[in-house]
Design a protein around this ligand. Structure first.
Ligand code: UDP
Length: 425
């Protein structure tokens, strides 16, 4: 099954540790992506090392996930949490630690797959020092994000420059949706190679139980109209829009309405401020007795909530891909999402769910009410959603595409080094 051609890959994800609990501040889709890509590629025979920054002195340096896949935590600055906008100055130490790791273990990674602009910077610096191919995935684009945020951080200019340099100099950029590719070409650069490979999801985990069984396991009554949000507490996620939509009469008056908000927040961190802000909007809307804050959920419990829900709402202001949408679809639950970024690729309106303009609570309310009033239609949308995920977004399919890309990169790296050797001799 394994070809001898497959070698070592470094998946670099400085701030997105793939071995950490998902759903809290700074731990979301990127962490899930890196971990699943790593494990799926290891199954194909690659040796995958996933590099992140150590953020706690109690964290292990190496977490072995299976025989060919591990997370390696490097020390860059004190091992404590640092917000991603403050991380740039720690990157030289990260690069140093990476090079030291290679030297200590007698490894030179032929492929560096970097994730998010911070790791992109690391990849570009490393490539100046060694012959490796660099593949980059953005996960979020400053050029789009800053259009949708009120406060632009001081790091913005540097981030935009690094994102442009990544596109122009990486051997290949993996864009996770056609919308992201359009954004890259329109707002970042016309130069550079882009290939589209979407994110995937665990189709074996999500959608294993039917709605009635999931509700029974969770103790949720069959008649409840269950509206679900899953994700981090971050203003860009637009939870406020969902709560305001639920407060409008067409949704509020639905019998047995209940809103479930899943995702964790950490005391003293920025996400706990956002969580408090959302709780106060819930109170203002007089929805406290019809809203449950579930905290961070592990993937198996999460799978039950996805299956149990009547609708899953993804109200993001901006979403480069949005794993939650395909997880809900894999669970046969229709999705109501903002018509932005990757959500326009994953959710087919009137077929697997509905799209509404971002931040438009009136449009979200109308969409939620439409679906909650028609359970039969919801079932049809759910089935179509499942089909779409099975056809396009399984990790197996995604990892097959990444596998081909890596093999192609490796081949060109080898022919380049042969050419170089011939020129020298
Ligand atoms: N997630 C989780 N538990 C939670 C909340 C979220 O496992 O309590 C996961 C969610 O299922 C998804 C990821 O966190 O896989 C969020 O990814 P997404 O792309 O939707 O958003 P991001 O965090 O990247 O902005």
């Amino acid at each position: 099954m394994f070809s001898q051609n497959r070698e070592r890959i470094a998946l670099i994800s400085v701030h997105g540790d793939p071995a950490i609990a998902i759903g809290q501040e700074e731990a979301g889709g990127q962490n899930v992506y890196v971990r699943r890509v790593g494990e799926a590629l290891a199954e194909k025979g690659w040796h995958v090392d996933m590099f992140a920054r150590r953020i706690d002195p109690d964290q292990e340096h190496i977490v072995q996930h299976n025989a060919r896949c591990r997370t390696i935590r490097l020390d860059a600055g004190e091992p404590k949490f640092i917000e991603r906008n403050e991380l740039l100055q720690k990157l030289p130490e990260f690069i140093e630690a990476f090079l030291q790791f290679q030297e200590d273990h007698n490894i030179t990674y032929p492929i560096l797959h970097t994730n998010y602009w911070l790791s992109g910077y690391v990849g570009m610096e490393l490539r100046q020092q060694q012959a490796s191919k660099m593949i980059h995935t953005y996960h979020s684009l400053g050029a789009i994000k800053y259009r949708n945020t009120a406060t632009i951080p001081p790091i913005a200019k540097t981030r935009l420059q690094i994102e442009q340099a990544c596109l122009e100099t990486a051997d290949c950029v993996v864009s996770t949706s056609p919308q992201e590719e359009e954004h890259l070409r329109a707002h970042v650069s016309q130069k550079g190679n882009i290939t589209i490979i979407p994110c995937g999801t665990e189709i074996e985990r999500f959608g294993r139980v039917d709605r009635a069984t999931a509700r029974q396991k969770l103790g949720i009554p069959p008649q409840e109209k269950m509206v679900l949000y899953v994700g981090r507490f971050d203003p860009r996620k637009g939870i406020e829009t969902l709560v305001k939509a639920a407060g409008r009469s067409e949704v509020r008056e639905q019998p047995h309405l209940h809103l479930y908000i899943a995702g964790g927040s950490r005391e003293g961190h920025k996400d706990s401020q956002e969580c408090q802000r959302i709780k106060s909007i819930v109170e203002q809307q007089q929805l406290s007795d019809r809203t449950s804050f579930l905290g961070r959920l592990d993937r198996d419990v999460l799978a039950l909530y996805f299956s149990a829900a009547d609708v899953c709402v993804v109200p993001s202001h901006y979403e480069p891909f949005g794993l939650v949408a395909i997880e809900a679809m894999a669970s046969r639950t229709p999705v109501i999402a903002s018509a932005v970024g990757g959500l326009k690729f994953t959710v087919i309106p009137e077929e697997t769910g509905l799209l509404a303009p971002a931040q438009d609570d009136e449009a979200f309310a109308e969409a939620i009410a439409r679906l909650l009033s028609d359970p039969e239609w919801c079932e049809q949308l759910g089935e179509k959603g499942r089909d779409r995920v099975e056809n396009l977004f399984s990790w197996r399919g995604v990892s097959n595409q990444l596998d081909s890309l890596y093999l192609k990169m490796l081949k060109s790296l080898k022919s380049e080094s042969v050419r170089e050797y011939q020129t020298i001799s």
